[in-house]
Design a binder for this molecule. Structure first.
Ligand SMILES: [Zn+2]
Length: 263
């Protein structure tokens, strides 16, 4: 078995692993998107609650302040009514009017606060509903992920076992090249078959990037050379499908047989 053939066995296992895990990864991505949205909604709800608490506190302060002013106004009224002089009377009246004006401002502010509070509470209720909805979606996404994980677990372990076996056969230097390619490229760009375009004119292309291949590396693959052959253009590790190799060898044999009588 050539090093290319050994790598190809490993690659076939890796392709199955990738295919198996991609369904699980899609479910995981969906779940984490739901969790992200839920987290954002909870952040919004927390910010809103703290805004509501602040407004409630200022509403409470306004109430206390208004009550204090009312008490003071009542007290001044009593004093005004029992005032001995008109000067005293008018001084109390002036103060009462100032306090009433202050009270008016506080009341205006309190109404604004109450309106804002009402608005925020409506928004908070909407958010609570959205969070409840999103939590349901998240639960569905989570059980879907868990189910997919359980479905593939057995096959995954089996393939991981096969992979460990396949890796044992591959020489270290070839494995390093393969693993590096696997780490940096999409799985389908790690190895690619040589594709035949025209046998008579010896036209072959790279199965990954479709570049025309020089005949020399193709010949080395046909002759089962024990070295890795990379596409000169995209560096994908090339291999020849057994069917194609057989059919090329057969046609070569036929050509040679035909050539014999004429010699
Ligand atoms: Zn290529």
């Amino acid at each position: 078995m050539t090093v290319t053939a050994k790598l190809l066995s490993l690659y076939r296992v890796d392709q199955q692993l990738t295919g198996l895990q991609s369904r699980l990864r899609a479910a995981e991505r969906y779940l984490s998107a739901q969790e992200k949205q839920l987290g954002d909604l909870n952040d919004q709800a927390r910010a809103l609650q703290s805004q509501i608490r602040q407004l409630e506190a200022s509403e409470h302060n306004d109430e206390t302040e208004t009550k204090g002013l009312d008490e003071r106004i009542a007290m001044l009224r009593d004093r005004m009514n029992s005032a001995q002089t008109s000067k005293e009377h008018s001084a109390h009246l002036t103060e009462i009017n100032t306090l009433k004006a202050d009270r008016g401002l506080i009341e205006e502010r309190a109404i604004e606060t109450l309106n804002k509070l009402e608005e925020l509470r409506v928004h908070a209720t909407e958010l609570t509903d959205q969070i409840a909805e999103r939590e349901k979606v998240r639960e569905v996404a989570k059980s879907d992920r868990d189910r997919k994980e359980a479905e593939i677990r057995e096959r995954l372990e089996e393939l991981q076992g096969l992979r460990a076996e396949a890796v044992k056969d591959v020489p270290g230097s070839a494995l390093a090249i393969y693993e590096e390619r696997l780490a940096k490229h999409d799985p389908e760009e790690v190895m690619a078959p040589v594709e035949e375009q025209d046998r008579r004119n010896m036209e072959y292309t790279c199965g990954n990037c479709y570049t025309h291949l020089p005949i020399e590396p193709v010949n080395r693959l046909l002759k089962r050379s024990d070295e890795l052959i990379a596409c000169p253009a995209c560096q994908v590790i090339l291999y020849i499908e057994e069917d194609l190799r057989d059919s090329i060898s057969t046609s070569h044999l036929k050509k040679n047989k035909k050539a014999v009588p004429s010699d």
